[in-house]
Design a protein around this ligand. Structure first.
Ligand code: PAF
Length: 278
């Protein structure tokens, strides 16, 4: 992969990159289509990264379907599919990790200690191997996108990070490889995430500025659904991820909820009147 990337760069052509953990769905495919318009070559990777899973998170249960993934990636315009083995990326004796000071201490980072250390480490390794000019990540993983943007700026990576919008099912459920674990009734309960985000957006557009009112409304909605457990509901600054006290500027509402045993995340921007993007 490094040699191919080197040859592409030397020939003056550009590389766009979509890293994934596989089990591709329409969300990934939209990232790939987006990326294919940015550069001469589109590289995607499939690697279920062990270092971003905590000790209580079941890495072995992460869904996998490499043959279907390869066919879907080719259809989406991927011309190089990079599928490294664990022993190549983490050989015996591996001991160097990338960490970040502040952004991981919010949202998912609080309930998944070490998760972003694993993400930043693998993204760094993949960037060194694929040498992309552009890398596209989904806005659904809002904190991941923020943490990666910060790392590439802080460490002068020669890669432009691009966020692409969340792709939803027709009823609003954000696409995720984890949705496969939802039973029919859990799938219905899971719609509460989008409902809360949509209601929050409406409240803010109509002048609500108190994040606590929106969080309380969301807690009540989520707790009314069977088999749900709230991990967090936060309304925060989109760059620093610090909680906002008053919603006077565009803010992001992010939530993580366990539905049955499946942990789901979602987010949406909230725009106070007059601050909507043009
Ligand atoms: O978003 C993902 O699928 C993963 O966190 C990533 C960025 C591919 C790193 O393993």
């Amino acid at each position: 992969m490094q040699h191919r990337a080197e040859r592409i760069r030397k020939s003056g052509q550009t590389i766009a990159f979509v890293p994934t953990m596989g089990y591709l769905h329409k969300g990934h495919l939209s990232l790939m289509v987006h990326a294919s318009n940015l550069a001469d070559h589109l590289v995607a990777s499939i690697f279920v990264n062990p270092t971003q899973f905590g000790p209580n998170e079941d890495l072995s249960k992460y869904p996998r379907d490499p043959e279907r993934d390869a066919a879907l990636a080719a259809e989406a315009g991927v011309d190089i599919l990079f599928t490294p083995h664990e022993k190549d990326l983490y050989p015996a004796g591996f001991e160097t990790f990338v960490t970040q000071e502040a952004l991981p201490d919010h949202l998912c980072g609080l309930s998944r200690p070490g998760h972003f250390r694993g993400v930043l480490t693998i993204v760094t390794k993949l960037f060194h191997i694929v040498k992309p000019h552009f890398a596209v990540f989904g806005e659904k993983d809002f904190q991941q996108l923020a943490v990666i943007r910060k790392m590439t700026a802080d460490l002068n990576f020669d890669t432009e990070i691009i966020g692409a919008p969340t792709i939803r099912e027709s009823d609003g459920l954000a696409m995720s490889s984890r949705n496969k674990f939802l039973s029919e009734s859990h799938r219905k309960s899971a719609l509460v995430l989008y409902r809360c985000l949509t209601e929050a957006r409406r409240m803010v557009a109509e002048g609500e500025t108190d994040p606590q009112k929106i969080i309380k409304m969301s807690e009540a909605e989520i707790n009314a659904e069977a088999d749900t457990a709230i991990d967090y509901i936060a309304i925060c600054h989109p760059d620093t991820l610090d909680d906002v006290r008053v919603i006077g500027q565009p803010a992001v509402m992010a939530l993580a909820v366990k539905v049955g045993s499946t942990r789901l995340i979602d987010n949406r921007m909230l725009f106070p009147p007059g601050s909507e993007p043009g």
